[in-house]
Ligand binder design. Structure first.
Ligand code: NAD
Ligand code: TYD
Length: 353
C-alpha cells in the first residue's frame, strides 16, 4: 500500500470515528485524512480538538445522504480510500425514528459506493472501500455460541436491519462491479467521547449526578464490550492488511450482563467519587424493557487474531477505569453534550418507561 493516500473517513466527529481520525492523523503523517461529518447530535468537533490543526487533517461538513455532494467530494479531493463510519447508531432512536436510519445507513452508504465507483472508474488499483459495521446484523444469540463471519444475517431492530442492508450493498458492489472492499463487524464499544445515550456513558453521567440508573427489563441482556481504542487499532490492521472481499469480526471476548456491568461501574465510581461502597448502586432502577430487545451478542474474533495478529490491548477493568477517569476529568464536555436537545431526548426516552 502506498504512503501517499487520501483517505475519506466518514463520521469522524463521532465516537469511534474521532478515535480512528486521531490514530490515522498522528500515526500516518504522509496520509491525507479528509474527515466528512454532518455534525448531527452525535457528531462533535470538540472530540477532535487535539488534531484539528494538523496539516494532514481536513474536516468537511457534509451529508452522505446528498448523492451529488459525494460525487463532487471524491473528484475534488482525489479520494483513494474510504473508511466509512458515518451512521445513525443508536437502537433506541431507530425504534422511534426508523426512516432516519434508512436515509443515512442505507441510502448514504449507497451514495458513497456510487461516488467511489464513479471516481475510480478508470482503475480500481490501489483503491479500498472499508465499511465499518456491527455484530448486531447477526441478530440475537441465546446462551451458547458466538457470531462468526459465516453466521447468517438475522437483524432484529431497525438499526441492525439498516446496517445489514448497508453491508449487503457493499458486498453487492464488490461482486457486481468488482469494487475493492473490506468489512468489519464489531461488538459494543466503550471509552472516551461516547455520547451519553449509550449504556456506559449514560450510567456514568447519571451516577455522577445522582440520577436513577435505568436498567431495561431485568438487566439480563448480554453484550460483549471492547475498548474503543482497541477497535481503532483493529480498523488500522484491517485497513492495511485485510484481504479484499473479506469480512473480519472484532470483539473483546468480554461478555457482561447489563446488571453486572452497572454494578461494577457503580463500584468504580464509588471509589472515584469518595462514596461509601454500595452508595451508587442504590440508584439502580428497573424500567420497561426495550421493544424487541436482543438477548445476547458475542463475537468469535479468532479470524482477525489469527490472520492479522490483532488482539485487545487492555482488560475491561482497566478500560472502564480509564473511561470513568476521562468522563470525570472532562465535565465541561459532558455538560455541553447533555445540555439543550439531550434533555428533551432523555425526557422523551425515559419518562414513558
Ligand atoms: P456515533 O453516533 O457516535 O457517530 C456517528 C457519526 O456519524 C456522527 O459524528 C454523526 O454526526 C455522523 N453522521 C450521522 N449521519 C450522517 C450523515 N448523514 N452524513 C454524514 N455524517 C453523519 O456512532 P459510533 O458509535 O461512533 O459508530 C460509528 C460506526 O461504527 C457506525 O457505523 C456504527 O454502526 C459502527 N459500530 C458502532 C459500535 C458501537 O458500539 N458504538 C459497534 C460496532 C459498530
Ligand atoms: P446500548 O448502549 O444502547 O447498545 P446496544 O443496544 O447497541 O447494544 O445498550 C447496551 C445494553 O444496555 C442493551 O442491552 C440495552 C441496555 N440499556 C439499558 O438497560 N438502559 C439504558 O438506559 C440503555 C441506554 C441501554
Amino acid at each position: 500500500m502506498s504512503n501517499r493516500r487520501t483517505i475519506l473517513i466518514t463520521g469522524g466527529a463521532g465516537f469511534i470515528g474521532s478515535h480512528v481520525v486521531r490514530r490515522f492523523v498522528t500515526k500516518y503523517p504522509t496520509y491525507r485524512i479528509v474527515n466528512l461529518d454532518a455534525l448531527t447530535y452525535a457528531g462533535n468537533l470538540e472530540n477532535l480538538r487535539d488534531v484539528e490543526g494538523e496539516l494532514n487533517h481536513d474536516f468537511v461538513r457534509g451529508d452522505i445522504r446528498d448523492a451529488g455532494e459525494m460525487v463532487e467530494l471524491f473528484k475534488e479531493r482525489e479520494i483513494s480510500d474510504v473508511i466509512h463510519l458515518a451512521a445513525e447508531s443508536h437502537v433506541d432512536r431507530s425504534i422511534s425514528d426508523p426512516m432516519a436510519f434508512v436515509g443515512t445507513n442505507v441510502v448514504g452508504t449507497a451514495n458513497l459506493l456510487n461516488a467511489a465507483r464513479e471516481a475510480w472508474k478508470n482503475s480500481f488499483d490501489g483503491k479500498r472501500f472499508y465499511h465499518i459495521s456491527t455484530d448486531e446484523v447477526y441478530g440475537s444469540l441465546h446462551h451458547g455460541g458466538f457470531f462468526t463471519e459465516k453466521t447468517a444475517y438475522d437483524p432484529q431492530s431497525p438499526y441492525s436491519a439498516s446496517k445489514a442492508a448497508s453491508d449487503h450493498f457493499v458486498r453487492a458492489y464488490g461482486n457486481t462491479y468488482k469494487l475493492p472492499f473490506v468489512i468489519s463487524n464489531c461488538s459494543n464499544n466503550y471509552g472516551s467521547h461516547q455520547f451519553p445515550e449509550k449504556l456506559i456513558p449514560l450510567m456514568i453521567n447519571n451516577i455522577r449526578s445522582n440520577k436513577p440508573l435505568p436498567i431495561y427489563g431485568k438487566g439480563e441482556n448480554v453484550r460483549d464490550w471492547l475498548w474503543v481504542e482497541d477497535h481503532a487499532s483493529a480498523i488500522d490492521a484491517v485497513f492495511h492488511h485485510g484481504k479484499n472481499g473479506e469480512t473480519y469480526n472484532i470483539g473483546g471476548h468480554n461478555e457482561w450482563t447489563n446488571i453486572d456491568l452497572v454494578h461494577l461501574l457503580c463500584k468504580v465510581m464509588d471509589k472515584k467519587l469518595g462514596r461509601a461502597e454500595g452508595e451508587s448502586a442504590k440508584l439502580i432502577s428497573y424500567v420497561t424493557d426495550r421493544a424487541g430487545h436482543d438477548l445476547r451478542y458475542a463475537i468469535d474474533a479468532s479470524k482477525i487474531e489469527r490472520e492479522l495478529g490483532w488482539k485487545p490491548s487492555i482488560t475491561f477493568e482497566q478500560g472502564l477505569e480509564r473511561t470513568v477517569d476521562w468522563y470525570l476529568a472532562n465535565e465541561p464536555w459532558l455538560e455541553h453534550v447533555t445540555s439543550g436537545a439531550y434533555r428533551s431526548y432523555y425526557d422523551a426516552q425515559y419518562s414513558k418507561r
